[in-house]
Design a protein around this ligand. Structure first.
Ligand SMILES: *Cc1c(COP(=O)(O)O)cnc(C)c1O
Length: 485
C-alpha cells in the first residue's frame, strides 16, 4: 500500500518533470470530453438564433487573443477548450445551421458528426489494413455503398480523399497512367519528360479546381482544348473535333452556378470510340442519381471511366471528405501505388495503394455513418427536398423581381437584379442582414447571386425566411439607389 503510494507519487514527479504539468487522470479526461460535448451541443442549439455571417467584431477579438507567443509551458486543457468556446465559436460562420447557401455547403448529419468524434477518440491511422483493420473494414463498406447509391459499377476501385479537388486529382492521375500506358509509356517511372502528348479536353465552364489539378499533374492549365457551352454551361455536343492519340475528356455533372449537366449520353460514346478516358467531376451533381425525380440528369455518366464527388457537400458529412471512383481499379492502383515494385492487390485493401495520402483519418466512418443514418430512402428524400426548396426559392425571388438565370433543375439557383450594381448591393445587404448567407458569382458576363441548397438542416421555413430577407435587401438596395440619385 505504502509502496504503491510511493510509486505513484514518484510517477507524478516524473511526469511533472517531463511535461511541465501533471498527468491527466481518467476522471479528468472524462470531465474534459464531457464538458466539450456539452459546449458543442450548446453551440449547435444556439446557432439558429444568431447572424449567419461571421461577426467581424468576434473575428477581431479572436485574432487579438491569438496574438500571443508560443507558450513556454503547457496550458490547462479545460482552459484551451474554454478559449475555443469563448473566442472561436462566436467567430464562426453559421454554416452548420439551415440558412447558409454559399458555395455548395452541406451540414453535418448528427450521426456522422458523432461518428466522427468517436472515431477521433479511436485515433486510428487509416493508411493500411494493418495499421487499422477496423478503418479498412469501414472504408470498404463506405466505398461499396457509395458506388451502389450513385449507380456506379461495383468492381470499380475507389479512394476516400479530402474533397472533390483531390478526387479529381486521383481520378486524373489514373487517367494519365492509362492513356500513356496504352501509348507505351510508364509515367510513374519516367515522368512526363519525353512522354507522348496527352490531349486534355474540358468544357468552357469546367470547375476551377480541374485546372488546378491539371497544373499539379503536369498536364498544364493552358494547353487544354475547351469545348463551347450552352446558356446553362453544358458542353455543346455538335461540331465535336476528331480525336486521336492519348486523350482525356473531363465532363461535369452539376455546374457550380447553374447545376447544369454536360450531355454525357452524346459525349461519352464519342470520346470512348476514340479510346479516350472520360472523367466526370460530379462534386455535388452525381447525387442526382439517388432521386427518382432527378436521376434523368445523370443519364450516360455511369458509362464514364472515373468519377469525382464530394461527401462533405450533399451527403452532409463533416469535412474533409471526397470520393474518387475509377472503373479500372488497376489503373488507380498503379497510379497511386506506394512502391515501384508493383504488388498485386492483396486479400484486404490497403488505402495507401489507392490514395494520394499515406497516414490518414477515418473518412470511411463518417461516410458509413451518414449512409447508415439516411438509408437509400432518406438520402433520396434529402436530395429531393433540397431541389424542391431551391425551386421554391427561385419562385419567391422571381415574384420579387429577380431574373432567374438558370433552369433550376437541381439545388442551384443563380439570379440577378436590375443591373450589376443592384445585384452587388443586394448581396452585401443580405450578408449584413444575417438571416441567411449567399454569395456572388459571375454568370455569362454579369454579376449574379447564387444559392445552393445542400443541407439536411434547411427547413421549408428557412427558405421562406431567407427569401423574405433577400427581398428586404432588394428594397434596401432600391432605397439606397434612390437616395444617391
Ligand atoms: C466544390 C466543387 C469542387 C471542389 O471540391 P472540394 O471539396 O472543395 O475540393 C470541384 N468541382 C465542383 C463542380 C465543385 O462543386
Amino acid at each position: 500500500m505504502l509502496f504503491a503510494f510511493a510509486l505513484s507519487s514518484l510517477n507524478i514527479m516524473l511526469n511533472q518533470g517531463a511535461q511541465g504539468k501533471k498527468e491527466m487522470s481518467q476522471s479528468e479526461r472524462q470531465g474534459l470530453l464531457r464538458d466539450t460535448a456539452d459546449r458543442a451541443a450548446r453551440y449547435l442549439e444556439t446557432l439558429d438564433k444568431r447572424a449567419v455571417a461571421a461577426d467581424p467584431d468576434s473575428v477581431k477579438t479572436l485574432r487579438d487573443n491569438l496574438e500571443t507567443d508560443l507558450p513556454l509551458t503547457g496550458q490547462q486543457d479545460d482552459h484551451i477548450i474554454d478559449f475555443l468556446d469563448t473566442y472561436g465559436g462566436p467567430a464562426t460562420v453559421a454554416s452548420a445551421a439551415g440558412r447558409y447557401f454559399g458555395f455548395v455547403t452541406g451540414g453535418a448529419l448528427p450521426a456522422s458528426l458523432a461518428a466522427n468524434w468517436l472515431a477521433n477518440c479511436w485515433d486510428q491511422n487509416g493508411f493500411s489494413s494493418v495499421s487499422s483493420p477496423a478503418l479498412a473494414a469501414f472504408e470498404d463498406t463506405a466505398l461499396r455503398w457509395l458506388k451502389q447509391a450513385l449507380g456506379l459499377p461495383a468492381p470499380a476501385g475507389g479512394a476516400l480523399v479530402t474533397g472533390a479537388t483531390l478526387a479529381n486529382f486521383t481520378c486524373l492521375a489514373a487517367a494519365r497512367h492509362k492513356v500513356l500506358k496504352d501509348a507505351g509509356w510508364d509515367v510513374e517511372a519516367k515522368g512526363l519528360f519525353g512522354a507522348p502528348e496527352i490531349t486534355v479536353i474540358v468544357g468552357e465552364e469546367v470547375h476551377s479546381t480541374v485546372y488546378k489539378v491539371l497544373a499539379m499533374l503536369g498536364l498544364g492549365r493552358d494547353r487544354v482544348l475547351k469545348l463551347p457551352v450552352d446558356e446553362q454551361g453544358r458542353i455543346l455536343s455538335r461540331d465535336l473535333p476528331t480525336l486521336n492519340g492519348p486523350t482525356i475528356l473531363c465532363l461535369q455533372a452539376g455546374n457550380v452556378n447553374s447545376g447544369g449537366f454536360d450531355p454525357a449520353s452524346d459525349l461519352v460514346p464519342w470520346a470512348q470510340a476514340a479510346g479516350a478516358w472520360v472523367h466526370v467531376d460530379g462534386a455535388f451533381g452525381l447525387w442526382a442519381a439517388v432521386s427518382d425525380d432527378h436521376k434523368h440528369l445523370v443519364a450516360g455518366f455511369a458509362d464514364a471511366d472515373s468519377w469525382a464527388t464530394d461527401a462533405h457537400k450533399w451527403l452532409n458529412v463533416p469535412y474533409d471528405n471526397g470520393v474518387a471512383i475509377v472503373r479500372d481499379s488497376d489503373a488507380l492502383h498503379q497510379a497511386m501505388a506506394i512502391s515501384a515494385a508493383y504488388l498485386p492487390p492483396g486479400a484486404t485493401r490497403d488505402a495507401i495503394e489507392y490514395t494520394p495520402d499515406s497516414s490518414r483519418r477515418a473518412r470511411g466512418v463518417d461516410i458509413w455513418a451518414a449512409l447508415q443514418s439516411l438509408g437509400q430512402q432518406g438520402l433520396s428524400e434529402l436530395i429531393g427536398r433540397n431541389c424542391r426548396q431551391a425551386k421554391t426559392m427561385a419562385e419567391e425571388l422571381q415574384k420579387a423581381g429577380a431574373t432567374i438565370l438558370n433552369d433550376v433543375v437541381l439545388n442551384q439557383v443563380v439570379f440577378a437584379f436590375d443591373d450589376d450594381d443592384t445585384t452587388n448591393r443586394v448581396i452585401q445587404f443580405v450578408q449584413e442582414d444575417g438571416t441567411c448567407w449567399c454569395g456572388g458569382t459571375s454568370w455569362r458576363g454579369m454579376a449574379a447571386m447564387r444559392i445552393s441548397v445542400s443541407s439536411w438542416a434547411t427547413t421549408d421555413e428557412d427558405i421562406t425566411l431567407s427569401a423574405a430577407a433577400i427581398v428586404r435587401a432588394l428594397d434596401r438596395a432600391h432605397q439606397s439607389e434612390a437616395a444617391s440619385t
